[in-house]
Design a protein around this ligand. Structure first.
Ligand SMILES: *Cc1c(COP(=O)(O)O)cnc(C)c1O
Ligand code: SF4
Length: 341
């Protein structure tokens, strides 16, 4: 049974004062915690991501659409901000709502799944815009849609453009692992003609990567679908070098490549979970010394006012003189590299 109120939640865990003071009557992201997440609730990292707190409601900073996605909306549900790739909002529903959700302007707003007409609009748009090479199937969580609905949508998208790499973006490996049935994999498998799919997971803490989640990744791999993870840097969840190191290595062990580590967007209601950028940079610098190149995620900020994504890293290139370029070595000391070769 999904938990949808503080009253139900109280029957399972002792709430702190801040959690009790969350006002359910006020507009904002509703409470939705799935069974599989409840079973991991003894993890503080899980609790902070899914149990709401009154801090969300005293957050006066930020706005609901800092990335100006609405302005870049090309057709009802397609956000076309980067020339060669676009994001398709498949539905506003998820199996559980993350308190750090950056797409609060859309998530759980009861707009529901994408309609047939919207799909047709998107397909026409993709047909005309040959420059689009990748489309993120996101939301919300695309796997809240039924098998038959996914079958229709995937086959229409593939019929329109089978050369596009469609990214399957989901948190359901954590929030509803039983969704990944043989039938679902059949639906994905039979709509696999053309360019590959890519699985995009969101795991923010090593505690989230369960045996079930690892088995699901293997099923995707058997269909030739590789997995990449996008994590969010969250205060009190994963804002330490040790936790990030453990997350990255656990992901690698689960055959998932750590792709992005996002700096929290300036979204209203998520301030208590954001980490100062200076702290994020410190973590990134230390992490780079501890992790292999493969295991290292790119620390990334989606700039406010729709400025796009930028990679954040300590500057190793510190200057230039008449002899060429001056670098700081990650292992200490200064090195030079000439401009004239
Ligand atoms: C992040 C994002 C993408 C994908 O960007 P990558 O850097 O290729 O992962 C595409 N469209 C939108 C609107 C995005 O926010
Ligand atoms: S799964 Fe994604 S869209 Fe859904 S609540 Fe979490 S962050 Fe938001």
């Amino acid at each position: 049974m999904n938990i949808t109120s503080l009253d139900e939640l109280k029957k399972h865990i002792d709430l702190t004062e801040d959690e009790k003071d969350f006002d359910e009557g006020r507009n904002g992201l509703p409470i939705l915690i799935s069974d599989s997440i409840m079973s991991l609730m003894s993890s503080q990292a899980i609790r902070r991501q899914f149990v709401p707190s009154s801090a969300e409601q005293s957050d006066a900073l930020g706005n609901l659409d800092p990335l100006m996605e609405v302005e870049h909306t090309a057709s009802e549900r397609l956000i076309h901000r980067y020339r060669n790739r676009a994001a398709l909002l498949m539905t506003d529903c998820c199996f559980a709502y993350c308190r750090h959700c950056f797409r609060r302007r859309f998530t759980a707003t009861e707009q529901g799944p994408i309609s047939d007409r919207e799909i047709e609009d998107v397909c026409s748009y993709l047909t005309v815009h040959g420059e689009i090479k990748e489309v993120l199937l996101t939301g919300g969580d695309m796997f809240t849609l039924s098998d038959s609905r996914l079958d229709v949508i995937l086959s229409r998208l593939k019929a329109a453009r089978k050369d596009i790499i469609y990214r399957l973006c989901t948190r359901a490996l954590l929030s509803n692992p039983s969704r990944f049935t043989d039938r679902l994999f059949d639906v994905i498998g039979k709509n696999s003609e053309g360019a590959p799919y890519v699985l995009m997971t969101q795991f923010n803490h090593a505690d989230e990567i369960t045996k079930q989640a690892k088995d699901i990744v293997l099923r995707f791999l058997q269909l030739g679908i590789p997995a990449y993870n996008q994590a969010v840097l969250l205060r009190g969840v994963n804002d330490s070098v040790d936790e990030q190191e453990r997350l990255a290595n656990t992901l690698m062990d689960a055959r998932i490549k750590p792709y992005y580590l996002f700096q929290g967007d300036f979204v209203n209601g998520t301030g208590h979970l954001r980490v100062p950028l200076s702290r994020g940079l410190e973590i990134e610098k230390e992490l780079r010394l501890r992790l292999s190149g493969l295991a290292m995620p790119q620390y990334t900020l989606d700039l406010p006012e729709g400025g796009g994504k930028v990679i954040l890293t300590k500057d190793y290139l510190v200057g230039r003189n008449e002899d060429g370029w001056i670098f700081e070595s990650p292992y200490g000391g200064i090195r030079h590299y000439p401009e004239d070769i």
